[in-house]
Design a protein around this ligand. Structure first.
Ligand SMILES: [Zn+2]
Length: 235
């Protein structure tokens, strides 16, 4: 029986290692997806900046057209100044010209402002492109590392699983089924070791008489608190 309990203890240890490896392996695709998501996010930010840049260019084109039309109108009015007959007409025309010149000057200011916007947007796009380029290099490295680790984990898991196969050959089928059932119900821990006079699974104090019996390792003892198989280890 002592041998069976030793095997159960080793099986639990092995399963703990397998669980940890599986957990790490399962996280790899999540980490990879996160990296891909960040690249996509940065690409979208750049796309948005490019669209904004096009909008500003379009606005500038519209203002340029207005400016040109107003300039032509001013030229027409100025040539009409020589043909007017009365002072009143002359003043009225001059007034129109002044108003158009003021409008034209405002449009020029607006165009300058849009030009400044264009420069600001171009600088922002360049900065984003630069960070994306840098991040891509980092992301490429991280993904290569994750993939290498994934392959390593697969190898380690295969080795541990084959070790497990060899170990369970010597355990009675019914006992193994019991072990699996407890493990399933108790968050992966079917075998608990006595630690500081308590069950290592649920921390129930173990009475001295039960401890004596556990030390003998003559039969399988389950914890009254958590239902796990308790084993004694000499530390
Ligand atoms: Zn317990």
């Amino acid at each position: 029986m002592k041998e069976t309990l030793d095997i159960l203890f080793r099986l639990q240890k092995l399963d703990d290692e397998i669980d940890a490896l599986e957990k790490e392996k399962a996280k790899i695709p999540v980490d990879k997806e996160e990296i891909g998501g960040k690249v996509k996010e940065m690409e979208e930010a750049i796309q948005k900046i490019k669209e904004e840049s096009l909008d500003v260019a379009k606005l500038r084109d519209e203002e340029e057209i207005d400016l040109k039309q107003i300039g032509e109108q001013i030229s027409r009015f100025q040539s009409q100044l020589y043909q007017v007959k009365t002072n009143r007409e002359y003043e009225s025309l001059q007034h129109e010209i002044d108003a158009l010149k003021e409008k034209s000057s405002k449009i020029e200011d607006k165009i300058l402002e849009l030009l400044e916007n264009t420069e600001r947007i171009a600088a922002a796009a360049a900065a984003e492109e630069k960070s994306l380029g840098e991040y891509r290099v980092e992301a490429g490295k991280s993904i290569a590392e994750l993939e290498a680790r994934d392959r390593q984990l697969a190898e380690q898991l295969a080795a541990k699983r084959s070790e497990r196969e060899k170990l369970i050959v010597d355990i009675d089928r019914a006992l193994l089924a019991r072990y699996d059932r407890i493990r399933e119900k108790k968050a992966g821990m079917a075998v608990a070791v006595v630690r500081n006079g308590a069950c290592g699974g649920c921390f129930r104090r173990i009475p001295p008489q039960e401890t004596q019996e556990l030390k003998k390792m003559e039969r399988i003892i389950t914890c009254e608190g958590c239902g796990r198989i308790i084993v004694w280890r000499d530390e």
